[in-house]
Design a protein around this ligand. Sequence first.
Ligand code: PSV
Ligand code: MN
Length: 388
Amino acid sequence: MTSFSSIAARLEEQAIELPSWAFGNSGTRFKVFGTPGTPRTPEEKIADAAQVNKYTALSPTVALHIPWDKVDDYTALRTFANDHGVDLGTVNSNTFQDDDYKFGSLTHVDPTIRQKAIDHHFECIDVMDQTGSRDLKIWLADGSNYPGQADIRGRQDRLADSLQKIYDCLGDEQRMVLEYKFFEPAFYHMDVPDWGTSYAQVAALGERALVCLDTGHHAPGTNIEFIVMQLLRLGKLGSFDFNSRFYADDDLIVGAADPFQLFRILYEVVRGGGYGADSGVAFMLDQCHNVEDKVPGQMRSVLNVQEMTARALLVDSDALTAAQDAGDVLGANGILMDAFYTDVRADLAAWRESRGLPADPMAAYAASGYQQKIAEERVGGVQAGWGA
Ligand code: PSV
Ligand code: MN
C-alpha cells in the first residue's frame, strides 16, 4: 500500500468550504432548539467559521446564503472575513422562502414571478462581484405534489430559459453550479431531481455551468461514487455539498452515517482528478447541527473528510489496476479495503503538529474557552436560524 509520507504533501491541497448557515440554529418541523452563543449576524457566523479553520487549516472559505447573509457592505464583510483568516466563498441563492414561489420560481408559468427569481440571481451575482466569489450555487425547490398538477415539460423549458439568462450575466471568472435533489419540498416531482437533469441543463449553457452533488440528495442505496465518476468523466462536476444521512436529507455530519461511502466517493474523486486546488471541484459542507454544538460539529466534519481523503489517497492504484485487469475480483477488492481500513489518525495528528496545528483540533477548541465566551457574550438579539 502507498505510505502516509508519500501522500502528506497532497493533504496540503485540501480545502473544504463551510456553509454560514451551519452556525445558525436549525431543527426539524417539530422543533428548532436554540443554543447559547448562536450567531446573530453574518459577522458572528464568519467568526465561528474562522475557528474551524484556525484549529484545522482545512476550511479557508465560508459560503454565504442570500438573503440570510444580507449586509449593506459586502466589501466590509470580506475584510472582516480576511481579518479573521478566512475568505468568502460560494454565494447560494434562495427561491424557496417567498410566497410568490409557491408554484415555482425559475420554472413558474407566470413570467413576472420567473423574472423576480432571475433578478434575485442577478442580485447574487452583484454580491459575488463584491465578495470575489467564484461560484453561484442554485438549488431549486421547484416541483409539484400531484400527478397532473403541472406541465413538467413546460417547466423544464422555462428552467432552461431562466438559467440561460442568469448564466449570461456571470463574469468571465464566475461559474454556476446547479444542485439536484430527488424529493422535498415537492413530493411528486422535482424540476431538478437528479444528476442527469442537472447535467442536461448545465451542458446546454456552457463551460462555466456545472453540477453540484449534494450527498444527501439521492434515494437510499444510490451508488453515489458512480455519479461522481461519470460527472468527472464528463468534465461537469463543479462542487460537492457534503453531509450524511440515515433516512432522507438528514444533513448530518459528513462521514457520520456511512464512512465507507465517503471513502468510496473520495476515492473516485482522487482517481478522476477531482482533488486539489486546480481540479475545479469545490468541496463544501451543507449541514445542520440540530442538537450538537455547531463549531465542533463543523470541525468534526472537515476532519472526517480529511481522514477519508487520506485513506483514499493511500489506495495503491497501480496494484488495483493490475488486479482489475487480471480479473482478480477478491484481490482488487482487498486492495481497496486495505486502504479503507487503515487508521490514519495518528499520522494525521503528527502531520498537523509538524505544521504548527494542534494534534487534536477538537480538544484544542474545547480547551480554548471560545464556546463559553460566545455563550456569555452573545446575549440579546435574534439568533440566526436556517432561514435568517
Ligand atoms: C435544501 O435541501 C438545501 O439543503 C440544499 O441542499 C441547499 O444546498 C441548501 O438547502 C441551502 O440552500
Ligand atoms: Mn445542498
